[in-house]
Design a protein. Sequence first.
Length: 509
Amino acid sequence: MNTLDWAVLIAYFGVMVAIGLWSHKRVDNVSDFFTAGGKMPWWLSGISHHMSGYSAVMFTGYAGIAYTYGITSYVTWSFPIAIGIAIGSQLFAPRLNRLRSRLHVASPLEYLKNRYNVPTQQALAVSGLLLKIVDVGAKWAAIATLLSVFTGASLNQGILITGAVTAMYCTVGGLWADALTELGQFLIQLVAGVAMLVAVLGKIGGFSGLWNVWDRLPAAHTHPTAGPYTVTFLLAYLFIKTFEYNGGMWNQAQRYMATANAHEATRSARLSSALWFVWPLVLFFPMWVAPLLVKAQKPDASDAYALLTEQLLPHGLLGLVVVGFFSHTMAMCSSDANAIAAVFTRDIAPVVSRAARDWTERAGLVAARLSTIAFLGLSMAVATQVNSPAFKDIITVVIKWVAGLMGPIAIPFMLGLLRPFRKSGPTAALVSWAAGLFAFWLTNYGLSGVQLQIQIVTPLATSLVLYVLIGLIKPEDTPERDAILARINSDDDGSAAADAVPAAAGAAE
């Protein structure tokens, strides 16, 4: 990078902070900070949902998979995510929106204390918070790895720079700042991604290279599944991502909650799904043909895309692509920070602190901002250890830890929204959660030689089976729980459903 590239990068950071300061004017209370007061347009929510779904791991870990195995990087990653979000647009998005519009909650997990009980809510909240610290730590490490390739900055320096800028805008402007910066980041990535595609096409023979280049690549590059990424892995990943990307990890749930009504939330999900179908193809193509243009230096080829960028793009555009790397990571990390702050201030703090139950709107906002900073700081500390023996490497954390541990947390939360599972109560939720965590430990550390797809799907499958079976064997449905489900599941976005169950309204609110 030269002076021009640095100017582009610094200007980007400046714009992100400016958006955060502008968004500050739209945040008057906790609801504005965590769910944009239900005033976010569906198209902005959809773009924000899409951008908050992937990070610089796309350009490191998945770039290595694309370099080594070819199109399986799309078939077994973004394609199942697109399918999962399309399913969730009907199944989960409208119900998650009704949590805010009908139960008037600001955190995705806030309804759980009435759907189940307080211990269940706390178990899911605390375990999810710990998992997200590790997850976001991996993403800071990914962007710091890319920064080191371009600038020579150390891992810790890269983590500090990106974390500090993200903290500045997301703690000031809340979800509004997240969504607006993600819109800007999407536009930047649009320009950078197309520029990279054009540069690569110029090297491989022009537009016709899109279909002529495959004969020059390894034969396995055109196999939909390859290496450890088998058909079983694909099906497992679809199963997992349907829960994760529809709210199982909370930050995507906030995007649905931020829209005006259930119909708008559905439109938001459909837009995000369409982007997941199309946009990763543009980003992945340069990675697929990278073996013809560069030789990766790292064993996992995670530096392939960075090397390709350095070789093909002129200064200025190089800086813009680096900005694109930052944009994805900062989008995901800031959205996670906002979701975690919501869960901490609305779900955990009131249980452990009597003073938190009596916070004023101003005190709640201060607590939200402080908890956001605390989460970012902890995740940055974890990022410095992500390549240690405990975590192994970035892609291991993202695929094995997050995909494996997400299920036990998401199953009681997501299925608890649906009427067919109304008989599953606190016992089903807690047992399925605990058994899922044990299944993760057993398949990843208790047994040796377990295949990757088994490691990531077993915890979720264990939680799912137990959640359903215990609900049938020991039903715990009550009139109060049924009333809450009636409010979440009614298709009427008017006031009729709310008026029909006044007892539940008082309990939930």
